[in-house]
Design a protein around this ligand. Structure first.
Ligand SMILES: Cc1cc2nc3c(=O)[nH]c(=O)nc-3n(C[C@H](O)[C@H](O)[C@H](O)COP(=O)(O)OP(=O)(O)OC[C@H]3O[C@@H](n4cnc5c(N)ncnc54)[C@H](O)[C@@H]3O)c2cc1C
Length: 443
């Protein structure tokens, strides 16, 4: 789980956050998690749980106690009739997906990758795409946490409902999550259809695309004309002819060679000679090609991401998507520092989780990226100024510059969250610099 960056040092996947924890612990039980927290409190240290380090923000960074939960994994209970599955918090999504498949179950929706831990992914509001579906946290039925005083508590919609409402997407601010009970669905197959379309046409037809497909997303290279539209639809068990699964050799060719090795080479060329980026970008755009295949849901949702990048993502009200994209497409080519990576658009249904980026509104997610090592500040600032006009909410795990003053008006239950946090952690045991920025002073 820890990303080695030197002796005793922690660094995230993107290299945008580092920390030197005073103390590390690798607990193997709830009792060890509780003891580590009490020991840290006695030494006056703050505590952060580590996931897989895939947040771009310094959400997990601490100079106090770093709790590495990589030995605290596995499914502990499963009811295949109700779909309720309890999993330890350090389990990666990859391991969880494999265990669920063995049980004939699956997560209803997932994001792009599966290396995150379940607790880390939930804590920052990780989501996939689907106009009728919510992010991962909407699939939580109950949570177990160790609080600042070392006590283990359970919460759900009926037991300690306020703690549950806050902790479902809680950035680790309420306590250390030890177990999550998820409401899973029977295993399902997805038919994937990916094809290039002119970007103007995709934007124009996006409402229909989102309504007609279970999961839809598209991305385009900022200087290119083509977008790649990905549609993933559930295949009914009795369905007739569907595209076959992608053979192993083709998975390697498409995902490893073309999307990672070849694209990585283009990115390195662009970083060495940025003036070529618009041309390289058009080349990548022109090379987008169609493919159709079917596979188990979790194998379709997830793809390997080996080319490193930095990312910012904002959730905007669905109806404001065309305006935001029009402004971005107008302004990005005017930046003096060119952009190598594509822009990605996804959707989610409104939910009721206090700190969900989709709280109370049907949402479009716009994610912007830049290849690691290339300048990105002006681009990300421009993006923030555009989404600020439509009450955009930043992904809690992706780069943004908002603080509590600017976040509070975006979330109707922000003050409730702060109240529950102050009750659960009056001494700010689980604080760090990122939480101070986004929530303001604790207590
Ligand atoms: C290549 C890449 C692709 C991505 N794709 C997507 C995507 O498709 N959709 C999306 O929404 N996001 C995506 N993300 C963002 C990512 O899902 C989130 O940032 C997620 O939080 C990372 O999980 P993690 O296990 O690495 O947690 P970390 O980044 O290590 O930690 C995140 C937060 O969770 C807290 N935490 C971890 N474990 C616990 C615990 N047991 N109890 C309490 N708090 C805890 C940490 O303290 C920290 O505050 C992507 C990121 C990358 C780098």
């Amino acid at each position: 789980m820890k990303q080695p960056a030197g002796p005793g040092q922690w660094r995230n996947w993107a290299g945008t956050a580092t920390a030197r924890p005073a103390r590390w612990a690798q607990p193997r039980s709830e009792a060890e998690i509780s003891a580590a927290i009490k020991d840290a409190a006695a030494a006056g240290l703050q505590v952060r749980a580590l996931g897989s380090g895939h947040s771009f923000t310094p959400a997990a960074a601490t100079a106090g106690l770093a709790l590495d939960l990589s030995l605290w994994t596995g499914v502990t209970a499963a009811d295949t009739r109700t779909g309720l599955v309890t999993v330890r918090s350090g389990t990666t999504l990859r391991a969880l997906n494999a265990s669920l498949a063995e049980l004939g179950l699956a997560m209803a929706n997932l994001g792009d990758i599966d290396v995150q831990t379940i607790a880390g992914a939930l804590a920052t509001g990780t989501h996939g795409t689907g106009a009728r579906l919510g992010g991962l946290a909407t699939q939580i039925e109950a949570l177990d946490l160790v609080l600042a005083d070392g006590s283990l508590v359970s919460c759900s919609a009926s037991t300690r409902p306020d703690l549950f409402a806050a902790a479902r997407i809680g950035l680790g601010a309420l306590g250390v999550v030890t177990a999550v009970t998820l409401r899973c669905v029977p295993s399902f197959t997805l038919a994937a259809d990916e094809r290039p379309m002119p970007v103007e046409q995709v934007i124009e037809q996006f409402d229909a695309l989102a309504a007609d497909n279970d999961h839809v997303e598209f991305y385009w290279f900022p200087y290119g004309r083509q977008a790649l539209v990905k549609r993933n639809n559930r295949v009914a068990p009795a369905a007739g002819r569907v595209a076959p699964p992608m053979p192993g050799w083709r998975r390697i060719w498409e995902f490893e060679v073309m999307e990672n090795a070849a694209f990585g080479t283009l990115c390195r060329v662009g970083r060495a000679a940025p003036r070529f980026i618009p041309a390289l970008n058009k080349l990548s755009s022109a090379a987008l090609s169609a493919r159709s295949y079917t596979d188990a849901s979790y194998r379709v949702f997830v793809t390997p991401r080996r080319v490193h990048f930095v990312e910012s993502e904002y959730a905007v009200p669905r109806e404001s998507l065309p305006g935001v994209l029009a402004e971005l497409r107008r302004e990005v080519p005017r930046l003096t520092e060119p952009v190598m990576f594509p822009v990605e658009v996804r959707v989610a249904a409104a939910d009721d989780i206090w700190l969900s980026t989709a709280h109370g509104r049907d949402t479009a997610y716009i994610a912007i990226h830049q290849y690691t090592g290339l300048p990105y500040r002006a681009y990300f600032d421009l993006f923030e100024s555009v989404v600020a006009g439509v009450a955009g909410r930043p992904h809690w795990g992706k780069l943004h510059s908002l603080d509590a003053r600017r976040l509070a008006p975006l979330y109707p239950r922000f003050d409730d969250f702060r109240r529950v946090r102050a009750d659960a952690d009056p001494e700010n045991r689980f604080g760090n610099a990122y939480l101070s920025r986004v929530f303001g002073p604790a207590g």
